[in-house]
Design a protein around this ligand. Structure first.
Ligand code: SIN
Length: 299
């Protein structure tokens, strides 16, 4: 079955990509992802200045998924651009550059800088634990709007907004994000774990983001609702561990799916599993991927 799909005019050989941050911190990791059967690669979120990230522990497994608070470690956009420019030609799949800006002018400068490298920009409006970044930006509607506008003005290809999983806040803002081309739904849920013997939070940052199994039905519900409220394409992300989880996202209305935490568990072979599982399902159901998208709304 044909798995080629389009998101805002970008052609993907299949609808699967990594979620920003997981196995995508360096260019060599992005190259490894490309060798697996991804439709596109998504970089770690890049900030204006270099960030060292938080102290360990930054990633832990808990009984309903994973908690992470890495602190958006990255070399800053200039350094990352240098690294990526050197091997741009080695990438045969679209590169989606994730940026985490905290103000409009810097956002525009970053977007412009990646003009010749990125097929799309994903704006991280949802990291749940970094000061003046991600969710803190999203919580200021005017700032968010201005950042999205500036990224659009500085970048002539598609711009995606990566949203948090909080329904009311998201539904309250999407009309003012009309400038962007697609939504990525969703980032992790702000969460924590406390060590009852040490009597203190386990993550060095105290708060982190919950991903994995527990996130899946929450993101799925938001994708479903957004599909009815917006005409923009949606990329579903949250707790996908199997092709069946991905099919749920397509049925809810996602045109593509990102996978994150499962890469820690199963490695990059998950992409082959997703591609083969989806192909088999479409064949058995005698349906195309295009027909599958949003089909759960017809019932
Ligand atoms: C991190 O780097 O701490 C996670 C980024 C995110 O949640 O967007």
């Amino acid at each position: 079955m044909e798995l080629v799909t389009k998101i805002s005019g970008i052609t993907l050989r299949n609808p699967f990509m990594n979620a920003s941050g997981v196995l995508s911190q360096t260019v060599s990791l992005l190259k490894r992802l490309q060798e697996a059967e991804v439709g596109a690669v998504v970089t770690k979120s890049i900030t204006y200045e270099e960030r060292k990230g938080y102290e360990n522990p930054t990633f832990i497994k808990i009984n309903c998924g994973y908690l992470n608070a890495m602190g958006l470690p990255n070399p800053g956009f200039r350094e990352f651009l240098k690294e990526l420019s050197l091997c741009r030609d080695e990438f045969k799949v679209p590169i989606i550059v994730s940026i985490a800006p905290s103000e409009p002018k810097q956002a525009r400068e970053m977007a412009t800088t990646f003009k010749n490298i990125a097929s799309a920009i994903e704006i991280n409006l949802s990291c749940p634990h970094s000061e003046k970044l991600g969710l803190e930006v999203f919580n200021d509607a005017k700032l968010t709007e201005s950042i999205v506008k500036n990224v659009k003005d500085g970048f002539d290809k598609p711009v995606f907004c990566k949203l948090p999983p909080y329904r009311n806040e998201v539904l309250g803002i999407i009309d003012s994000l009309d400038n962007c081309d697609a939504f990525v739904v969703s980032n992790t849920i702000r969460a924590m774990k406390i060590d009852i013997k040490a009597k203190k939070p386990v993550l060095s940052n105290k708060f982190g983001g919950l991903s994995g199994k527990a996130l899946h039905p929450i993101s799925l519900a938001l994708v479903f609702e957004l599909y009815e409220k917006t005409k923009k394409p949606i990329i579903g992300v949250g707790g996908v561990e199997s092709w069946e989880d991905a099919v749920e996202f397509f049925l809810a209305g996602a045109s593509a799916v990102q996978v994150g935490s499962v890469l820690e568990k199963k490695g990059i072979t998950i992409f082959k599993e997703l591609v083969e599982g989806l192909e088999k399902y479409l064949k058995e159901e005698r349906i195309s991927l295009e027909e599958l998208i949003g089909l759960a709304h017809d019932s």
